[in-house]
Write a protein that binds this ligand. Structure first.
Ligand SMILES: [Zn+2]
Length: 278
């Protein structure tokens, strides 16, 4: 009898070990496939990554076996169908302004590409947005999720807009984006940016069609202390454009999630910026 019990115990243990081996092998295979798809996205010229990515079961918690860049691409591929080729103008824009594409919420919309080419394209995108007013302003509108989070933060602490009340701090038109560009820069600067020879200007003003303000997910604020920054961070708002002090981006995730999504932090004059790993 005892021998039979021993045998049963042995068989059960063996089955259990086999199951563990099969499971871990399948997880390993999944990560390998996952890495392959992401790498394809990174090297392929304008390939549609989302078609392949959708076939994968995306890990709920980004895998530690992926590097920062792979984790970031894995996070944005659901919202940005085509990952631009490294070295291109769109890739440069994605590096500088693409943080918002990690937003996981279904009701947060992002444009099909990082660059909107005209007022028509901008309007076509903006008409799909559910906008909501920032409480206490005249006509400052953001995407509903972003406005809700900001309104919550502003209830907790006094956080003024950069201009005090205005619409230009919030969601902008293509024309306003262009007007700001030509106030600080010109066509020559734009050519240099496209060639990758000029990047500093991107902290001052976004090229026409490239501003996060077109997406309804950015606002310029008059933030002056750590407590304000802490409350904004707790509500999913972060500084993602290095040295653009008033500029805040709605990411809709917690500060603990940012490194998991591949973000790197850079502290400049006491301000923590969360930068894409591209
Ligand atoms: Zn801004």
């Amino acid at each position: 009898m005892k021998q039979l019990q021993k045998k049963v115990k042995f068989i059960l243990t063996a089955i259990f070990i086999c199951l563990i081996l099969v499971a871990s092998n399948s997880i390993h295979r999944q990560i390998v496939t996952y890495k392959q798809v992401i790498n394809q996205c990174l090297v392929a010229v304008n390939s549609d990554c989302s078609a392949n990515a959708q076939e994968l079961i995306l890990p709920v918690v980004p895998s530690p076996s992926l590097n920062d860049q792979e984790r970031f691409v894995a996070a944005i591929v659901q919202k940005l169908k085509v990952i631009p080729e490294p070295g291109t103008y769109e890739y440069i824009l994605l590096r500088s302004y693409g943080a918002a594409f990690v937003n996981p919420a279904d009701d947060v919309k992002l444009p099909p590409t990082v660059l909107l080419n005209s007022e028509e394209e901008t309007k076509e995108f903006q008409t799909q947005l559910i906008l909501q007013k920032v409480v206490g302003t005249n006509n400052c509108y953001l995407q509903k999720a972003a406005a809700d989070a900001l309104n919550k933060a502003r209830l907790q602490y006094n956080i003024p807009l950069k201009s005090g009340y205005g619409a230009s701090d919030c969601t902008r038109s293509f024309a306003t984006n262009s007007r700001f560009w030509y106030k600080y820069a010109n066509n020559k600067t734009l050519e240099k940016v496209k060639q990758g020879k000029e990047t500093k200007i991107l902290s001052v003003v976004a090229p026409p069609g490239a501003s996060q303000h077109l997406w309804g997910l950015a606002i310029d604020l008059g933030v002056s202390n750590t407590k304000q920054r802490q409350i904004l961070n707790q509500n999913g708002w972060f500084q993602t454009v290095v040295k653009d002090v008033p500029h805040w981006t709605y990411l809709g995730v917690s500060v603990e999630d940012l490194p998991k999504l591949g973000f790197k932090n850079q502290v400049v004059q006491g301000i923590t910026y969360w930068l894409t790993p591209l």
